[in-house]
Unconditional design. Structure first.
Length: 573
RNA sequence: CGGGGCGUAGCGCAGCCUGGUUAGCGCGCCUGCCUUGGGAGCAGGAGGCCGUAGGUUCGAAUCCUACCGCCCCGACCA
């Protein structure tokens, strides 16, 4: 590939719209361009990087026994009605009508389509198992697309679906996919962790997310310092505390004029936030519920949602709280509260705590569950904190930010039952197929890799994902010897199957160096003055700046060696 | 959708508050000279429905209204 013939529109200045490194650099290096919010064109280098990821995913999926297919992006609403998701999925599902006024949608995921295919084509236990995947552009009308490729509305995804005869077999397939995913992300050269996860709107019983560790991640992970426990903080189970057995003290009403916030109340009453219990009001599918958590804790919305089995929970605003309880926010408490009351397990273990009095400017002290109020349910409802012990081994936990690049789910028979995807078992009876589903954000991996690998000068691609392996700079376009050497190196490298970009532009050296750094291509060869003077060309490693001086005829074998090394390092058996 | 910010040349921005010449700067682009190891220099040049539509005014990039678009913070997810 010759730079002079390529479309690589690099930018000297940072685009105003980009905040995070991957977004900024993808734009600056001419890998992507925005068409509209959350929708991007992949320019040649961007596409090349995407293809690298795709190829790794294909190889590992195929190796694990899955088969590639390609399903339609436009899907009929009726199919989605069978599972109830046409109504449930929410506004991310882009719905529209065709010219015959048939309702349709753009596929954000393909459970319905694949299950429809399976019920038509799979009849016998002899046809199972099946594991099918596709790599396709998905559309989700995200509320807020952001960060370039990180959260687009249109994005490339690998989605796979498995069908098995029973739970045990489905579990084996799940494990197979889990292992394949570990290989995929390892080969991509990413620093990642598989974590226990909430299964979200796709449904299902059990799931793991694969998280790339990066400060710009949208998820928070808890990772044990000792054992291999790791979980999304949405899901991470909090270890129940030991019950406080102090004697119950007399409940007492205290005037707390104007003290609404936890710190203000604590300061006024000379107590710690851990001795206070706050009453939060949420709307669960529109219904108000009150949740009690300790003053220094946060309610975990996903845990709440799962406990109640509702589609959506949202914090109520001040007016909604007042309408539901007749109490202004800041003075809410469990004693005599007129709405459903849920209690975090930590609070249930506390004695003699402080709460709002359900009356403006008053709080209550020495309040106790059981004596002073009853809970509709006690459960783990709060966000885990770094001072909680590991739920698996009790050691200290660390919190890290992560980018979700993959997600595996055990789906069970939810979809197959809803859509009547059954097979005939050995005993002649119809049984629903047991499903799993497995996603990988292909375009997001490119962004995540850049988040993890860049410096102030640009991207630094790991070899397996690099759009090209080598950039070859001709710094003497008017010098016959230099140009001849550069051109012949270019040909020799290509003959060896090495992916090389020849910078043959009529630009000054500094300009070419800057662009080369920005593009993030792992190896750079410079053919310039040093050739005429000392007969050498330079080979520089983008990752650490190390430079090797070589005779032109040594280059091809050295490069081959380096590439082989870089590719094999990242492969696990 | 709620909160915050922004739309002026391909990109980054100034001008707007306090209306009044031909709307400006840096980068990029074109031509020529010069230069060639870390985004050079000089000279000349092209490029603007000042987001859109209304309104106020003798006069609007500037004031008012509505709409559209984009970015950031929250709820979603690969």
């Amino acid at each position: 590939m010759r730079y002079s013939q390529s479309l690589i529109p690099t930018l000297k200045e940072n685009p105003a719209e980009a905040e995070i490194a991957s977004h900024r650099l993808l734009l600056r290096a001419g890998y992507i361009r925005k068409l509209t919010a959350g929708i991007y064109s992949y320019l040649p280098l961007g596409l090349a990087a995407i293809r690298k990821v795709e190829q790794i995913v294909r190889e590992e999926m195929n190796r694990a026994g899955a088969q590639e297919l390609l399903m339609p992006m436009v899907q009929p609403a009726d199919l989605w009605r069978e599972t109830g998701r046409y109504e449930k999925y929410g506004p991310e599902l882009l719905r529209f009508q065709d010219r015959h006024e048939r309702e349709s949608c753009l596929g954000p995921t393909h459970e319905e389509v694949i299950t429809d295919l399976a019920r038509r084509e799979i009849r016998s236990y002899r046809d199972l198992p099946k594991n099918l995947y596709q790599i396709q552009t998905k559309f989700r009308d995200e509320i807020r697309p952001r960060f370039g490729l990180m959260r687009g509305r249109e994005f490339l995804m690998k989605d796979g679906y498995s069908f098995d005869v029973d739970d045990t077999r489905a579990g084996e397939t799940y494990q197979l996919m889990f292992d394949a995913y570990k290989r995929i992300f390892t080969r991509c050269g990413l620093d990642f962790r598989p974590v226990e996860a909430d299964s979200g709107s796709i449904g299902g019983s059990f799931s793991h997310e694969f998280m790339v560790l990066a400060d710009t991640g949208e998820d928070t992970l808890v990772i044990c310092s000792n054992c291999d426990y790791a979980a999304n903080s949405e899901k991470a189970a909090v270890v129940p505390p030991v019950t406080d057995n102090s004697p119950l003290l007399e409940m007492e009403k205290v005037e707390t004029p104007g003290k609404r916030k936890v710190p203000a109340v604590c300061e006024f009453m000379a107590i710690e936030p851990s001795e206070l219990v706050k009453t939060m009001v949420y709307k669960a599918d529109g219904e108000p519920v009150a949740i009690l958590v300790r003053g220094d804790r946060e309610v975990q919305g996903v845990k709440l949602k799962n406990l109640l089995g509702v589609a959506d929970v949202e914090m109520a605003d001040d007016k909604e709280v007042y309408d539901a309880t007749g109490v202004p926010t800041g003075y809410l408490g469990p004693v005599g509260i007129p709405i459903k009351l849920l209690v975090d397990q930590e609070v249930a273990a506390m004695r003699n705590f402080v709460v709002g009095a359900n009356e403006k400017n008053y709080h209550m002290k020495n309040v106790n569950m059981g004596r002073d109020f009853e809970a509709a349910a006690v459960a783990d409802l709060r966000q885990i904190s770094p001072d909680d012990p590991c739920p698996s081994c009790g050691s200290a936990l660390g919190l890290k930010e992560g980018i979700e690049v993959g997600h595996v789910f055990k789906l069970g028979t939810g979809y197959s039952e809803a859509m009547n995807a059954v097979f005939q078992d050995q005993d002649g009876k119809d049984k629903p197929m047991v499903m799993g589903c497995y996603g990988i954000g292909i375009s997001r991996i490119v962004a995540a890799a850049i988040e993890q690998n860049h410096d102030e000068n640009g991207m630094i691609f790991p070899m397996p994902l690099a759009p090209l392996q080598v950039i070859l700079l001709n710094l003497g376009l008017n010098d016959e010897q230099i140009t001849e050497t550069a051109e012949s190196l270019y040909n020799d490298l290509q003959d060896k199957g090495i992916e090389v970009l020849l910078d043959d532009r009529d630009e000054r050296p500094g300009f070419k160096f800057k662009d080369a750094d920005l593009l993030g291509i792992p190896l750079r060869i410079t053919v310039g003055k040093r050739l005429s003077k000392d007969g050498i060309v330079e080979l520089r490693h983008r990752s650490n700046g190390a430079t090797e001086e070589l005779a032109p005829e040594q280059i091809v074998s050295r490069i081959s060696e380096l590439i082989e090394e870089a590719m094999s390092n990242k492969t696990i058996s």
